[in-house]
Every structure is written in structure tokens, then in C-alpha cells.
Design a protein around this ligand. Structure first.
Ligand SMILES: Nc1ncnc2c1ncn2[C@@H]1O[C@H](COP(=O)(O)OP(=O)(O)OP(=O)(O)O)[C@@H](O)[C@H]1O
Ligand SMILES: [Mg+2]
Length: 294
């Protein structure tokens, strides 16, 4: 091949990539909410942050990607009749299985069936991507409730998402497990930017100190950056709301935790332009469907 042919080939390749990017309809942000240790409040954060973002006028879609006991359904008092496995078999469309919950948020109950995403035929992939495109088109923020820990499923969603929000509680093991999770995501999956949220903090000082200490260790040993996104206070009203299967910000709009979610949602909206890495929702789904589980 002469030089002209090869540069034409490169130009045509770039054109194809650009065409593809320009045809992507949705610009929703894709944020995965994750943690090294279980029970630190991920599911509560997904629901309440989603609710606060909805209040700010954002169209929020939640993906329940916890293959274990994610508890999104319990937390919201819903009983999804269908899930992702019905989409894979072709019995239902994604829109059929999507549920609207308080705050006008929508949930895709994907905990069952989502593991099969990597084993789909080409035809199934195209059908599901087309359905997802339609579903995602009007969405501003897609929040993913991941399972806990370092299973391949968790890695898979975190490495495909644009933004990874790591949740820690003041418990020491939650902080060391968060470090281990970020280390693995960085070394094995090239995820280099993280957001850190401290949940169940006594006060803002405690949360900031946790961030400072973790950030010091990370700077010393890992090649990553962490952005402190804020804290959520320990608040008995969160537990009361869970028992009543309601969103805390709906039941107790003025309680400490609700105020934290409100300011965090605002912060997330502001951080849009400056901190977003490349890619969009279509990129995320394509990543999810085409990546292999490691
Ligand atoms: N800010 C808070 N103040 C008080 N309790 C909280 C707070 N956040 C979460 N909790 C409580 O902590 C428990 C665990 O919360 P949640 O189920 O959201 O955690 P998770 O990280 O999703 O757990 P899992 O790893 O099992 O998915 C729940 O009982 C919840 O009520
Ligand atoms: Mg959970």
C-alpha cells in the first residue's frame, strides 16, 4: 500500500468514528455507585441522589445492576414483575420492564438477566442496543446501583461508566476496601478518576478528614485522582424511611441527610462540563454489551 492509500484509509476510519459519535443521540451522564465493602449505603444513595436530581429537573434513570440483594425494590416498596431476563428472551421490551417510582425516576430492574449481557448473539445485541437507545434518549442521568466488592460484574459496570462514585462509611474496613477497589479498577481496568462520597458521617469535618487521609495514601501509591463529592450525615430518618419503604427526601425533606443529597445533586450538576471524561450513554451500553467478563 502506498502512502496516499494508507492515509486515505486512516481518514476514512476517523470519518467512521466521527459519524458514529455524531449519531449518538443521548448525552446522559452515566454514574456508577459502588463500594469495596457492603452495607455502606449505595442503594440509599442511588435512590436519594436520583430523587434530588429529579427535583432539579433532571430526568433520572436507575439501573439496578446488583446481582445479589440490591434491595432497590424493597427500598422503594415496588415488586417488579419482569426483569432483564425477560428482555433477553424477547418476551418483553426494556420499556415494558421499566418502572416509574416517586420523583418521576425510572428504574430498570436488571439484577436478573444482566449477567447474560456478555453472552448475547449479535442479533440480540442489536435489538437490545436499539431498545436502550430509545429508552435513554430523554434521560439526563443514568445511575447504576452496583453490587458490592470486586466481582467481575462490578468491575464491568464501573469500567464502562463515565463516572465512578465510590461510597465509604467512617468504618476503617470500608475505607481500606475502597482503596483496594480503586487500586484494582486502576491497575486492571484503567479507571483513573473517582468521586468519593462519605456516607453516615458524624459531621462534615469527619468526612473531609476521611477524604484527606485516603487521598494522601492514594497519591503516594496509586496513579489515580479522587474528587471529593461530599458527605451524607448519619441520620436516623434514613432508617425510618427505609422501614417505611420511602425516599428520605420525600418523607423528611428537611432532615440532615436530605439536605446533604440536595447539595450533592447541585454539585454534580455543576461539575458536568469540567470533569466529564469522554464518551456518552451509547458508548456505555456498547461497552457493556461488547466487553468480555474478565
Ligand atoms: N446516612 C445514613 N444514615 C443512617 N443510616 C443509613 C444511612 N445510609 C444508609 N443507612 C442504612 O445502612 C443500611 C445499608 O444501606 P444500603 O442498603 O443502602 O447499603 P448498600 O451499600 O446498598 O448495601 P449492599 O452492599 O448490601 O447493597 C440500611 O439499613 C440503611 O438504612
Ligand atoms: Mg445495595
Amino acid at each position: 500500500m502506498n502512502q496516499k492509500d494508507s492515509s486515505n484509509k486512516v481518514i476514512s476510519l476517523f470519518n467512521k468514528i466521527e459519524d458514529k459519535n455524531n449519531n449518538c443521540k443521548s448525552n446522559a451522564r452515566v454514574i456508577s455507585i459502588t463500594s469495596g465493602k457492603g452495607g455502606v449505603g449505595k442503594t440509599n444513595i442511588v435512590v436519594n441522589l436520583g430523587f434530588a436530581l429529579s427535583r432539579l429537573g433532571k430526568k433520572v434513570l436507575i439501573l439496578d445492576a446488583d446481582l445479589g440483594l440490591g434491595n432497590l425494590d424493597i427500598l422503594l416498596g415496588i415488586a417488579p414483575k419482569y426483569n432483564f431476563s425477560h428482555v433477553i428472551t424477547g418476551e418483553k421490551t426494556i420499556s415494558d420492564i421499566t418502572i416509574e417510582v416517586p420523583g418521576k425516576m425510572k428504574i430498570i430492574p436488571a439484577s436478573s438477566g444482566i449477567q447474560e449481557l456478555t453472552r448475547l448473539s449479535q442479533e440480540q445485541k442489536i435489538r437490545i442496543l436499539t431498545e436502550l437507545d430509545l429508552m435513554i434518549d430523554p434521560v439526563d442521568v443514568l445511575l447504576i446501583d452496583t453490587a458490592t466488592g470486586i466481582s467481575s460484574n462490578v468491575m464491568y459496570f464501573n469500567s464502562a461508566a463515565q463516572e465512578v462514585m465510590v461510597v465509604v462509611s467512617p468504618e476503617l474496613t470500608s475505607i481500606t476496601d475502597a482503596y483496594a477497589l480503586m487500586k484494582l479498577l486502576s491497575n486492571k481496568y484503567s479507571v483513573k478518576h473517582f468521586k468519593l462520597l462519605v456516607n453516615m458521617a458524624k459531621n462534615i469535618q469527619e468526612a473531609q478528614e476521611i477524604f484527606r487521609n485516603l487521598n494522601l495514601v492514594v497519591k503516594k501509591f496509586l496513579d489515580i485522582s479522587i474528587q471529593y463529592i461530599g458527605h451524607v450525615s448519619f441520620d436516623e430518618n434514613v432508617r425510618k424511611s427505609v422501614k417505611r419503604q420511602k425516599v428520605v427526601s420525600e418523607l423528611y425533606p428537611d432532615t440532615r441527610a436530605s439536605k446533604c443529597f440536595e447539595s450533592m445533586a447541585k454539585k454534580i450538576c455543576i461539575s458536568r462540563e469540567s470533569l466529564l471524561p469522554k464518551g456518552n450513554t451509547n458508548f456505555f451500553w456498547e461497552n457493556v454489551l461488547h466487553k468480555k467478563h474478565n
